[in-house]
Write a protein that binds this ligand. Structure first.
Ligand code: NAD
Ligand code: 4TP
Length: 324
């Protein structure tokens, strides 16, 4: 049976999404990319390409199944009608792409970056794709964000929340959920038989036995002990500042972090171009480049497509594991 194509959302047209998917298509053979199609309003895409001078051939398709027929000649575009604004188009692209994955017409969802505030301003009530996709796919527990490059996988336990709210949001239940989801998906989605997971502390020096903060003693250690008793290879809490150097990285498969920047600074520093965002705990496969909309370079023709290309490769790898 033919493998279903990847569906790539339009992301924010004021950013670099259409540029990087065009470049990814142009480099498809070099990178041995699977068939993919772009989901967005064809007029938006036409306007973007004309105004930025990107010369990529594209062809409209009527359904995901047509992508394979045109992929060698042009970037397949499945046009989305029915949106009245850019924000509606961005959201519709994510929703329709998810539906194609749920129906099996697409093998995985690869999302182009969104400018979150633009969506919040129109009443979009989800912090980001991660939470929106959980809602669209009927997942009632918190979906889990993982960023991965070839050398490191990091998972923030709390995501898009103000830093001063993090301590109150941390609980043994939350950590148990995040670590168990990571453990299950590292096994089931990535084929790691017995994932080695480490957990960062929240405070400097992981709290120094309760003298520089008590979250490690009160919340993080008890959650780790419970998970160890259930047989998982989970260790910590470790001081976050020394968890990401080369030798430390070699000792684990994934690091659980307490907040967004603790996790993402490490990976975006080690491999900004090759980092990929993967949502765990969903019934569909979703990946995304690790970078944002990069509006400061919109239309300049200098956007690097590597992270999107890696996101496509990882999505295809996970889909092939799921099909085995
Ligand atoms: N997956 C997503 O939807 C996602 C991820 C991260 C950030 N964002 C959103 O993106 C917006 C901008 O965020 P930011 O400024 O913090 O980060 P950013 O990643 O958009 O940009 C940071 C810097 O890196 C550069 N850069 C990013 N990607 C690049 C690429 N492919 N090639 C060359 N240079 C690149 C930018 O030009 C900028 O100088 C925010 O609204 C944020 O919410 C979305
Ligand atoms: N925090 C992510 C990053 O900086 O890469 C990003 O905003 C993506 O979040 P969603 O996948 O939930 O949109």
């Amino acid at each position: 049976m033919a493998v279903a194509p990847l569906v790539v959302t339009i992301g924010d047209p004021n950013g670099i999404g259409i540029e990087i998917i065009s470049k990814a298509w142009m480099q498809r053979d070099l990178n041995n990319l699977p068939v993919f199609f772009l989901l967005g309003n064809v007029k938006t895409i036409e306007h973007y390409l004309k105004s930025t001078g990107i010369a990529v051939p594209f062809l409209e398709i009527a359904s995901p199944a047509d992508a394979a027929n045109v992929f060698s000649k042009a970037l397949p575009v499945l046009s989305l009608e029915g949106s009245n604004s850019v924000a509606e188009e961005i959201i519709l692209s994510i929703r329709r792409g998810t539906e194609y994955c749920l129906s099996g017409e697409a093998s995985a969802l690869v999302t182009n970056p969104i400018q979150k505030k633009r969506l919040y301003d129109t009443g979009f009530s989800f912090p980001g794709h991660t939470e929106y996709l959980a809602s669209l796919t009927g997942v009632t527990d918190q979906a889990v964000m993982m960023l991965a490059c070839r050398e490191l996988k990091v998972i923030p336990a709390t995501i898009h929340v103000p830093l001063n709210k993090v301590p109150a949001l941390l609980s043994a239940d939350l950590l148990t959920h995040v670590i168990s989801t990571a453990h299950r998906d590292l096994n089931y989605r990535f084929g790691i038989a017995n994932p080695r997971i480490v957990v960062a502390g929240l405070n400097p020096h992981a709290g120094e036995d309760g003298s520089i903060g008590t979250e490690e003693v009160d919340i993080i250690s008890p959650a780790i002990k419970n998970l160890q008793q259930s047989g998982m290879d989970v260790k910590g809490p470790f001081p976050a500042d020394s968890l990401f150097h080369k030798a430390a990285r070699g000792k684990y498969d994934a690091a659980i972090c307490m907040y967004h920047d603790q996790a993402l600074i490490s990976i975006k520093t080690i491999d900004f171009d090759g980092g990929v965002n993967i949502t765990l705990g969903l019934p569909i496969i979703r990946t995304s480049p690790d970078h944002g909309t990069a509006e400061d370079i919109h239309g300049k023709g200098i956007a690097n497509p590597t992270s999107l290309i890696e996101a496509m490769k990882i999505a295809a790898e996970i889909a092939s594991i799921a099909n085995d």
